[in-house]
Design a protein around this ligand. Structure first.
Ligand SMILES: [Zn+2]
Length: 323
């Protein structure tokens, strides 16, 4: 005889099995006939969704608020990568904390890993750093300069003007993998660019107010942002990329900021707020909190919103008019 308790338990197991069955089937049903794409950061998820539209099922890995140099690998990432037709990533080793390890475990021939460079090598790899005019390229391969940017500064997504280039690469990659729909990807690309490019022109006009404005950033990730806005970044709060500030460095930084009239501190949201507040108090500088990828901060889930939000933060902290 089955007791009430057993009946409830059986019911629960049945329901769980049903949920698992549906969960297992649903993505397959949704993805039927669609390209399965994994994009490493929310900016790329957004752009890929705009280009892929209803022809691609796009999933992301990093959520946005993380430090991109320290994204923690999760089992669900492996499952996503294992089934992917394409992997869209920023490249220049910026995904070093999670992508090479995941590619190795996922064993997806479409996204093979290069044993020497740790890069993505298969036909499904869409490297969005292709064609970037890389800034802060190290002259030597010395590890002494900080280990986080061995191929030069990889944070090019902070320059809104890199958006159209990334979008074109993604469109070309999707068309290569799914030539039957090449015309659709091209049409979606044009529609996206016709929306994005006028915004970039407007941001560029607003950014003129920041030209020559001196600033320090926490991490050495703002070269491309400096290129776009004209902000003159004179130093970092970190001693070197990935190396925390020492008391001596902070003392020297205060002197330097006072001496050069630096009135802006740019804090990437994942970094220590307290040290920036201390520095602001010592120097009278304003603090702009920015994201280094989309969705790092609220209401910045798309590349467009992310770019605009960062610019607004800079203009406001510098005492200029925002968008
Ligand atoms: Zn970095």
């Amino acid at each position: 005889m089955i007791t009430f308790k057993e009946k409830v338990m059986k019911n629960k197991i049945f329901r769980l099995a049903l949920i698992l069955l549906l969960a297992g089937w649903a993505p397959l049903a949704q993805a039927a006939g669609k390209l399965r794409v994994v994009a490493t950061v929310p900016d790329l998820v957004d752009i890929t969704r705009r280009i892929g539209a209803d022809l691609a099922e796009v999933q992301g890995l990093a959520r946005g608020p993380e430090d991109i140099h320290q994204v923690v690998m999760k089992p669900s990432f492996v499952t996503r990568l294992n089934k992917a037709d394409a992997v869209v990533y920023l490249g220049l080793s910026v995904e070093h904390s999670f992508l090479p390890g995941l590619l190795e475990v996922a064993r997806n021939p479409k996204a093979r890993r290069n044993a020497d460079t740790f890069g993505c090598l298969g036909p499904g790899c869409i490297d969005c750093s292709e064609g970037v005019n890389v800034m802060e390229k190290p002259e030597t391969l010395s590890r002494a300069e900080g280990e986080l940017h061995p191929q030069g500064n990889p944070h090019y997504n902070l320059d809104p003007q890199e958006g159209p280039r990334m979008a074109r690469l993604i469109a070309a990659g999707l068309a290569r993998l799914d030539p039957e729909h090449a015309a659709d990807y091209e049409r979606n690309l044009k529609a996206y660019l016709s929306e994005l490019e006028p915004r970039i022109a407007e941001w560029k006009r607003l950014a003129a107010a920041l030209h020559g404005f001196k600033a320090v950033s926490f991490h050495k990730d703002v070269a491309y942002l400096g290129r776009f806005t004209g902000i003159d970044f004179v130093d970092t709060v970190e001693l070197k990329p990935g190396i925390a500030p020492t008391p001596t460095h902070l003392e020297q930084l205060v002197k330097k900021m006072k001496g050069q009239g630096v009135k802006l501190i740019v804090r990437e949201q994942q970094y220590d707020a307290k040290v920036c507040e201390w520095l602001a108090e010592k120097t009278g500088a304003g603090i702009a909190v920015i994201g280094t990828m989309a969705n790092a901060l609220p209401d910045s889930e798309t590349f467009e919103k992310f770019s605009e939000r960062n610019l607004k933060a800079l203009l406001e902290a510098a005492g200029k008019r925002g968008p």
